[in-house]
Write a protein that binds this ligand. Structure first.
Ligand code: KIV
Ligand code: ZN
Length: 515
């Protein structure tokens, strides 16, 4: 009989905290629903005390998720724990995760306390969290650099106080696999009440060891892995979910253990996370990179034709990667679009069929054939859009003549009113269009990131532009997708401006509530 490893996903907490611009509540909910279908046991979705936006997204996700346990993070402080419980209480099943640093370096320099104080705070925090739920996780931050005696002491105290999961993070990605495995083995052997709790591991990838460390920990008795899709997270990231899950599945001979992950969902969720989080995946990334199942050399291709096992240790279909590329045309109806989306694994909960169909027709008019991956890209854009946009783009034209400044003409609708503006003097067509749009909205935004990616294949690919703009000290992400890259750029700016308007509306509501 195989035993189970709990997959604790922290894409929406540790992953999200490392993004260039925070996600909206809607974007987080889309990812949470996808994680639920992926089959994660626990999803950590935020740090409610940190901001009203985080509180709201934890609460919204907690309300919608039924098949995974929803978890929120809190420091070992009463107010943090109370905020986490308040945000989570609408959930069907929830966990409170409380943590405090335990390494001498953190205890002395950051917390400026004694280790005895830290143990006392941990015990108090776990007990307080237990007032709200039986499912309490305690983490010793920077455990990877904490002396083993102190780890064992605080873990034992946390379990006595009621923690049912004890997490041993390698917060700064410092440990090597043998060393980290030995820490877990020591905890198993030396903590007398360890049978009352699950040992969890949370590794960062600063030395590229996160996956190896997590798996070595499992071989030594850990039964929960904390991880993120595509390994996103602080600095070099966290353990990649897809790597540990596929390693456990592919190397059953070593692990004889299982996860509840529906691996067929991995590719789709990985793409969604990359897109919504604006975090591209490196082509050679294990499991989910574009080249992960590509065979380039003649010798390899020859081997594959003779017997796939020569160069393939797992099949692309296991992670839901489909080889055939189906296409639609402007004559395809709504039902065809819906069928293609469902073949790719999307339900109508993931996208708005009316909006997707309109976007599809617009693209089919321009492009002729629309492939499944185009449809998926359009659906992702829709997932990132807010519900009501104040600003929409009607027309743009731009002109460049070599050696002369660029000019542009833009027509938009702002709050239902049609406005035109021409601009001259841009250093290129995108700059000229941006100047015109920014003049219309009268905003002083600073562009901190601009990237252009080809979505799809060859000359038929769509151009996707992702931007991050700074406005009044906050960062906003905008994305645009079109056959024309000046149009994608304009759409990305319009998207970011609508996000700014939406945040102002939220701020106004909060201000009115305070008076
Ligand atoms: O890396 C870390 O130590 C953390 C804790 C909050 C678990 O993210
Ligand atoms: Zn972390």
């Amino acid at each position: 009989m195989t035993d189970q490893v709990i997959i604790f996903d922290t894409t929406l907490r540790d992953g999200e905290q490392a993004l260039k611009a925070s996600l909206t509540v809607k974007e987080k909910l889309q990812i949470a629903l996808a994680l639920e279908r992926l089959g994660v046991d626990v999803m950590e979705v935020g740090f409610p005390i940190s901001s009203s936006g985080d509180f709201e997204s934890v609460q919204t996700i907690a309300r919608h998720i039924k098949n995974s346990r929803v978890c929120a993070l809190s420091r070992a402080l009463d107010a943090d724990i109370d905020a986490a419980a308040e945000a989570l209480k609408v959930a069907e099943a929830f966990r409170i995760h409380t943590f405090i640093a335990t390494s001498a370096l953190h205890v002395e320099s950051k917390l400026k306390r004694s280790f005895d104080d830290v143990v006392e705070m941990a015990v108090r925090a776990v007990k307080r969290a237990r007032r709200y739920t039986d499912d309490v996780e305690f983490s010793c931050e920077d455990a990877g650099r904490t002396g083993i005696d102190n780890i064992c002491r605080i873990v034992e105290a946390a379990i006595n106080a009621g923690a049912r999961t004890v997490n041993i993070p390698d917060t700064v990605g410092y440990c090597l696999p043998t060393q980290y495995g030995a820490i877990i083995a020591d905890v198993v052997q030396r903590v007398p009440n360890i049978h009352k709790a699950i040992i969890s591991v949370h590794c960062h990838n600063d030395l590229g060891m996160a996956t190896a460390n997590s798996l070595t920990a499992v071989l030594n008795g850990a039964r929960q892995i904390e991880c993120t899709l595509n390994g996103i997270g602080e600095r070099a990231g966290n353990t990649a979910l897809e790597e540990v899950v596929m390693a456990i599945k592919t190397r059953q001979d070593m692990f004889n253990i299982d996860t509840r992950i529906n691996t067929q969902e991995i590719h789709r969720v990985s793409q969604m996370v990359s897109q919504i989080c604006n975090m591209p995946i490196q082509p050679n990334k294990a499991i989910v990179g574009d080249n992960a199942f590509a065979h380039s050399s003649g010798i390899h291709q020859d081997g594959m034709l003779k017997n796939k096992n020569t160069y393939e240790i797992m099949s692309p279909e296991t992670i839901g990667l489909k080889k055939e590329k189906l296409n639609l045309t402007a004559r395809s109806g709504r039902a065809a679009v819906k069928n293609h989306m469902s073949d790719m694994g999307y339900t109508e909960q993931d996208y708005d069929l009316d909006k997707l169909y309109q976007a599809f027709l617009h693209l089919a008019d321009k492009k002729g054939q629309v492939f499944d991956y185009d449809l998926e890209a359009l659906a992702f854009i829709d997932m990132q859009k807010g519900d009501e946009d104040r600003l929409t783009l009607d027309v743009i034209t731009s002109q460049t003549l070599s050696g002369l400044p660029a000019s542009a003409f833009v027509q938009v609708e702002l709050d239902g009113q049609r406005i035109n503006r021409a601009s001259n003097g841009g250093n290129g067509p995108v700059d000229a269009v941006y100047n015109a749009i920014l003049q219309i909205v009268g905003m002083d935004v600073k562009m901190s990131h601009y990237s252009l990616t080809a979505k799809g294949e060859g000359a038929e690919a769509l151009g996707q532009v992702d931007i991050v703009v700074e406005y009044e000290g906050r960062r906003f992400h905008g994305v645009g997708l079109a056959t024309d890259i000046v149009e994608s750029s304009a759409l990305a700016l319009v998207h970011a401006i609508n996000a700014i308007y939406r945040s102002q509306k939220v701020a106004d509501v909060t201000k009115n509530l305070k008076h």
